[in-house]
Design a protein around this ligand. Sequence first.
Ligand code: 1GP
Length: 264
Amino acid sequence: MLPEKSKRKRVYQYLLNRMQEDGCIHFALIDPEKTDPDTAAKISKIAEEEGTAAIMLGGSLGVAEEQLDKTIQAIKKNGVKLPIILFPGNINGISRYADAIWFLSVLNSTSIYHIIGAQVQGAVIVKRYGIEPLSLAYLILGTGGAAGYVSYSRPIPFEHPEIATAYALAAEYLGFEFVYLEGGSGGKPVPENVILLVKKTVEIPVIVGGGIRTRELAKRAARAGADAIVTGTVLEKEKDPRDVIIEIIEGIREGVQERARPST
Ligand code: 1GP
């Protein structure tokens, strides 16, 4: 019997619909190692109210399943209806309470473990917990940040958009549903020309993250064609998360509008 695709693909369909409607969507990334469950619940509620499309949960180091469980339970208890998508750094990044998981492969890692090893271990758990897998080609660019370091990656230089594009195209041909251009958390954002070339070449949705911390940077990534923008670090700062999210989402909307305008 063929799998019941519609059931397995609930979050997938939701994300695609929102990307189509809005042109570019926002994901709020929360690292449970850096943010306690109550704060995560508060940020998630604000994000939902201000138009964020989903909550991503994960981090490169020190995330334990128990922490994820508590964080997701707190977010759900706070009445947040947005999908909660795990963003695992390793197989300890899986919680039974999540709605979906970025089932990711670090395609430019030099370690087989990060390309297919952890996934083999994790698949069985994802199946057992009934979490929706969203297949994702995770590409590390620029300095790579902590994610690049812990995944033994060979980051793609920003100066070589054609290499990032070739990886993204290979990802599409291998059947990945999404591609993620990661500039490294807290680092320099992926340049517009890289996003532009990847978008021009591939048909799968392009997610961009790493170093996006202002309205202007969100606008640039959206204008270049990102289908989704991830912000993490900026939500951990002293600033009011509501102000931060409003700014980022306004930047995204402006970027989408500018994209639609014919160039003069
Ligand atoms: C990291 O791309 C994400 O994996 C988000 O990066 O923390 O810089 O927002 P920031």
